[in-house]
Design a binder for this molecule. Structure first.
Ligand code: ATP
Ligand code: MG
Length: 141
């Protein structure tokens, strides 16, 4: 069993899409192990997306991620990282496959509704950034 880290970004929360996205997550066989709504500070957004600090869209990305509340979750399944990336669809919603979260809901490459870890190592780092081990209360055994 593997765990990955998910964010429903401010555009998803603002448009009341949390329930629909959780439904897609659970229907795909991913288990919600922990979840909470938070409002990131600008500093937290900068730390979380530090890998992108030299990209031209970094400032815009951090402004957006702290523009409103988000829902952070720990998700578990066999191959959870790949499974959730597949469910999210391509970064640019115009290129996202039918049936993916971004094809259904994302409005632009910047405001693309969800984040998911891109590797097992990054999943562990990102989960540790937002959750204490004691919060991962719904782990399957
Ligand atoms: P995420 O890390 O959010 O799951 P991703 O792995 O599909 O998305 P990354 O390349 O890691 O894509 O980019 C991180 C985020 O930065 C994207 O989800 C998007 O919100 C934003 N982003 C990426 N490319 C652009 C761009 N060209 N213009 C504006 N924003 C962008
Ligand atoms: Mg990424």
């Amino acid at each position: 069993m593997e765990m990955t880290f998910s964010i429903i970004k401010p555009d998803g929360v603002r448009r009341n899409l949390v329930g629909k996205i959780f439904n897609m997550i659970e229907s795909a066989g991913l288990r919600i192990v922990a979840t909470k709504m938070i409002h990131m500070s600008r500093r937290e957004a900068e730390q979380f997306y530090a890998v992108h600090k030299d990209r031209p869209f970094f400032g815009e990305l951090c402004d957006f991620m702290c523009s409103g509340p988000v829902v952070v979750s720990a998700l578990q399944a066999p191959d959870a990282v790949t499974k959730y990336r597949d469910l999210m669809g391509a970064t640019d919603p115009k290129k996202a496959a039918q049936g993916t979260i971004r094809a259904a809901f994302a409005e632009s490459i910047g405001e693309n509704t969800v984040h998911g870890s891109d590797s097992k190592d990054n999943a562990a780092i990102e989960l540790g950034f937002f959750f204490a081990g004691t919060e991962l209360v719904n782990r399957a055994r």
